[in-house]
Design a protein around this ligand. Structure first.
Ligand SMILES: [Zn+2]
Length: 456
């Protein structure tokens, strides 16, 4: 009975071991109970064979051939004149698979989904198509829900930025227990009222959830989980880093045409504005008023309202420089520069031949900007530079969120260049160094769960 479940009234008649193991089983109980009226009967009407797939054994598929019987129901009043004997521990009526195989397929389906589940099952010798697995998953019902005590409320995106529901998890069992269609106070409140066993609710920073809990479970303690604590801290640090990076950019802005370094800087700036915009939406979603958001992010309320109204990030363009006669020739000059020709007189001659009508000064001025900017990017990359020579331009290629991430990532996940970036970031502004120290202390408390140190 190692291979097949230990069933009291089943006898193994034959075992055939080929690539597939076939077990022939016969039922032995003298009577069977009618499923409609429950009365026992011993009058056999007929016999037939059922074939069932079972869990594989040592990688070999197992097939059960089960000889079962049909009985006459003794109760003359029973509508069920003839019934088939059942083996509820082994399989469901009419099923082609044993219960334990169905349960295994369902578990794969719940974890991996239909197709991936079916592929993995096939590799493991479990018989079940994608459709079978999905049918079992749909039929699956969670074990009856015990009374949850500690739950987490969090929003869950049906469609990001457009439609949110509320996901409720039992934090003691580590399982989702419900999904509400929206994040309205009334919906969450009603749910909480139906679950009076709750005494602790972990939530994000949203004021809606706070108010729903106050109304629906006033006795419950509201807490924030570690993830949200760190997320909130990161949002605050990100504002500070954004300001520092903006300052650096103002002082170190490069004038010349689109060298790779400048392009990178512009991309980083765009990414940063995007991050800031998403941050605004996030705060807004949590019910923060625009005045409050503006103060938190250190921007004017007018700017903020304009951003929200346009529904997009206005990329600030750099001030337009007056069109210059040299402009159409810049690509050519850049190409020649990269080819190694840095001589003004020679390049001017070549431009004149191409039709340049501007001044000699115009050519030389442009070559100056090339000289100032081009050698830079390749040198910065070298890791051998002593730490003392600070190159703030390196920081300018980072977006605010990339830079913030450096403060929060575990050091063991660092790449070499991250280490350098972090070093420079901390040196860029004394208050950032202080922030870094505080963040590190806080993360240590969060990761080691030593919250009792917080007050100190
Ligand atoms: Zn009956």
């Amino acid at each position: 009975m190692i291979i097949i479940p230990d069933l009291p009234d089943v006898q193994v008649e034959e075992v055939e071991v080929a690539f597939e193991i076939t077990l022939t089983l016969r039922t032995t109980s003298p009577t069977a109970s009618c499923p409609a009226c429950g009365s026992a009967s011993s009058r056999i009407q007929s016999r037939y064979r059922r074939t069932l797939r079972d869990l594989p054994s040592s990688g070999r598929p197992i097939r059960l051939i089960l000889h079962v019987r049909r009985f006459f129901c003794k109760e003359s009043a029973c509508a069920q004149k003839i019934f088939t004997e059942r083996l509820p521990d082994l399989c469901r009526p009419h099923a082609q698979r044993t219960k334990r195989l169905q349960e295994a397929l369902c578990r794969f389906g719940l974890k991996m989904g239909g197709q991936a589940g079916a592929d993995t099952c096939q590799e493991q010798g479990l018989s079940g198509s994608r459709d079978t697995i999905l049918r079992l998953v749909r039929r699956f019902s969670q074990p009856a829900e015990s009374s949850p005590r500690v739950i987490g409320l969090d929003d869950w995106a049906y469609k990001r930025r457009l439609r949110y529901g509320t996901l409720i998890c039992d934090l003691e069992r580590g399982q989702p227990i419900d999904l509400l269609p929206d994040r309205e106070v009334s919906t969450v409140e009603a749910w909480l009222k139906k679950h009076p066993s709750i005494d602790t609710v972990s939530r994000d920073g949203s004021s809606e959830y706070a108010s729903a809990i106050r109304k629906g479970a006033p006795h419950a303690r509201q807490v924030s989980d570690r993830w949200h604590l760190v997320k909130n801290l990161a949002a605050c640090v990100s504002v500070q880093i954004t300001k520092t990076l903006a300052q650096l950019r103002r002082t170190k802005e490069l004038r010349p045409a689109q060298t790779p370094a400048v392009q990178q800087t512009q991309q980083a700036r765009r990414a940063e504005r995007m991050a800031r915009y998403e941050h605004i939406l996030e705060l807004q979603k949590h019910g923060m008023k625009s005045g409050e958001i503006a103060r938190t992010l250190g921007m004017s309320q007018r700017t903020l309202q304009r951003w929200i109204a346009t529904g997009n990030i206005p990329y600030s363009r750099r001030k337009r420089q007056r069109a210059s006669l040299i402009d159409p020739y810049k690509t050519y000059l850049l190409k020649r520069w990269h080819q190694g020709c840095h001589k003004g007189a020679q390049l001017e001659k070549e431009l004149r031949a191409k039709g340049y009508k501007g001044s000699q000064h115009g050519v030389y001025r442009y070559l100056e900007t090339l000289k100032a900017s081009i050698p830079a990017p390749s040198k910065y990359k070298s890791a051998s530079k002593p730490a003392s020579s600070i190159q703030p331009n390196l920081l300018l290629t980072l977006s605010a969120s990339q830079a913030t991430w450096l403060f929060f990532r575990r050091p063991e996940d660092f790449k070499l260049e991250d280490q350098e970036h972090l070093q420079q970031l901390r040196q860029a502004n004394p208050s950032l160094e202080v922030t870094y120290q505080l963040v590190e202390g806080f993360l240590h408390m969060v990761r080691e769960r030593t919250g009792e140190q917080l007050d100190a």
